[in-house]
Design a binder for this molecule. Structure first.
Ligand code: NOJ
Length: 554
């Protein structure tokens, strides 16, 4: 069957921060519609919008209180229909975020479940009795604190939440609950969306033994991952989910599944797996701890980064299809993260990183602002941050004995607000995002890094991204970029080079990730397809400039 999703280039939108059309300082669906021509000009073929459903916004929409409605600040269901229609006019498809590991505690199901022990919805969630006057297990939630929250007015009863206490987990063991979820998914697919990015989907099965784990923090708790992520038996839920929903629509599904061991890829993206592709976080999580804490900072080298990137490509190719990304709304900006020296975070470097990821064997995802080479924003105090996980990490760092200054440095480096600050469209007040004060501070770099300054500049990062996308989509090379084998090349630590090879073509991509020149030996003729600087050849060697990226047709 034709796997159409391999042909796409996806643009991720964080709706709160993309474009405000109704002067409330919060981005919205009409704002996205306003900018569709911009996205068309960039060349992308699909947008993924983070959750816009009804939500109390504890975790900015990843806490859904009504799957069938849109949060007022974003617009209405009519706006979504208009977005689908307007995008389609421009040959742009839409995928939505699908959050089905948990709902909001303000969802009607949960409200009923928590207030009435005999509610038919109690079994939609995970309620358990405590033991020995304590919570049922000692597991720590992803955002800190116990995964168990005490049920008010009941003696010894708790409910489970892998994320915040306002995000109770759904009980996937309950077939009636699952049916309700499938109905909702199909309702959305009927609207004409092209598929979903599927949130935290490897959490849906929990270890049913509910036993304590070894304490690994001064909070006396144990990270919950070993008990609530990638748990055997999850494949049964996956199979049913796929058959009851996705298969019927031949839609695209990209799994957000952190920490999947490569020998389990099959369940996710194998022939009988649930999803058409997945994000692999193995290389993107190189700078955080195994438990996904942002402190203490983890030392890493480009050698390790390269090995992880290459092994990700190799392992995924054995099983299925990958979704590549440099940035997303849960991570800091890639340049700030990967390029240690501030002075080296230049447009040229942004172009290099863009190329490194665009030509991997994958469906590429570009995160809003990445295409103009955005950087992190240094904030001076914890009060300037919005994200609940940032506040949790800050508090935990303090509890672990770090100073306020150290804790602030950790979150400045890793906070999710780094990618969530409003998109910078121009250098005017509020960066053209809104005409009133936005919900989150405008990034300090907006005067220099904004769309207006780049869109008509042939040397800009934006123009380079346009060329990258156009090259990947060019019918002359597309089949090689999509179906061509990925072949890593052994090089010095700071050069990442790989070949994409099809029956008829060989394309070589070279990236010199350092602030000094080096050379790359080349014996054959070539044609330069793209480069972020002139290509110089000397004695059968390419002289690679600092942060030079080159794509060659051999
Ligand atoms: C992953 C999402 O990308 C993140 O933003 C969210 O906080 C968690 N899942 C919980 O839904």
């Amino acid at each position: 069957m034709y796997e159409w999703w391999k042909d796409e280039v996806v643009y991720q939108i964080y709706p709160r921060s993309f474009k405000d059309s109704n002067h409330d300082g919060i981005g919205d669906i009409q704002g996205i519609i306003e900018k569709l021509d911009y996205l068309k000009e960039l060349g992308i073929t699909m947008i993924w919008i983070c959750p816009v459903y009804k939500s109390p916004m504890d975790d900015n929409g990843y806490d859904i209180s009504d799957y069938y409605d849109i949060n007022e600040e974003f617009g209405t269901l009519d706006d979504i229909d208009e977005l689908i229609k307007e995008a389609k006019k421009r040959d742009i498809k839409l995928i939505m975020d699908l959050v089905i590991n948990h709902t909001s505690d303000e969802h009607l199901w949960f409200k009923d479940a928590i207030s009435n022990p005999n509610s038919p919805y109690r079994n939609y969630y995970i309620f358990k009795e405590g033991k020995d006057g304590q919570a049922p297990t000692n597991w720590r939630s992803v955002f800190g604190g116990s995964v168990w929250e005490k049920v008010p007015h009941e003696e010894n009863m708790y409910y489970f939440h892998a994320f915040s206490k306002k995000q109770p987990d759904l009980n996937w063991e309950n077939p009636i609950m699952r049916k309700d979820i499938y109905k909702m998914i199909n309702w959305w697919l009927e609207k004409g969306i092209a598929g979903f990015r599927v949130d935290a989907i490897n959490f849906i099965k929990k270890n049913q033994e509910w036993c304590d784990g070894p304490v690994d923090g001064i909070d006396g708790l144990c990270n919950c991952f070993d008990y609530s992520r990638n748990i055997p038996g999850i494949e049964v839920f996956f199979k049913e989910l796929r058959e009851e929903t996705f298969d019927k629509y031949h839609c695209m599904t990209v799994a957000e599944a952190v920490g999947v061991p490569y020998d389990q890829l099959d369940l996710f993206i194998g022939k009988n797996g649930c999803f058409t592709m997945m994000f692999d976080f193995n290389y993107s999580h190189i700078d955080i701890t195994k438990n996904e804490d942002w402190f203490p900072p983890q030392p890493w080298t480009f050698k390790e980064y390269k090995e992880k990137l290459f092994s990700s490509q190799k392992e995924i190719a054995k099983t299925g299809w990958s979704a590549s990304f440099l940035e997303n709304h849960d991570m800091p900006r890639s340049m700030s993260r990967l390029i240690r020296n501030k002075e080296e975070r230049t447009p040229k470097t942004a172009k290099l990183l863009g190329q490194l990821f665009m030509f991997l064997q994958a469906t590429p995802f570009v995160y809003q602002g990445e295409e103009i080479g955005f950087l992190n924003n240094e904030r001076q105090s914890i009060d300037e941050f919005d994200d609940l996980n940032t506040h949790a990490q800050y508090q935990r760092a303090l509890n672990e004995g770090y100073s306020e200054k150290e804790a602030l440095a950790f979150i400045n480096r890793r906070s999710r607000d780094n990618t969530r600050s409003p998109m910078c469209w121009n250098d005017q007040k509020f960066a053209g995002f809104s005409d009133v004060k936005p919900w989150l501070g405008i990034n300090e770099h907006y005067k220099d890094i904004n769309v207006e300054a780049q869109i008509n500049n042939p040397d800009s990062v934006f123009s380079f991204y346009q060329q990258l996308i156009a090259l990947r989509q060019n019918p002359l090379y597309h089949h090689t970029f999509v179906d061509g084998e990925f072949m890593p090349i052994d090089t010095e630590e700071h050069v990442i080079a790989y070949i994409r090879k099809s029956d008829s073509q060989t394309i070589l991509c070279i990236h010199n990730i350092q602030n000094k020149k080096t050379t790359y030996p080349i014996q054959q003729d070539f044609k330069v397809l793209l480069s972020n600087e002139d290509v110089i050849l000397e004695d059968n060697k390419i002289v690679l400039g600092a942060y030079q990226a080159i794509t060659l047709l051999l």
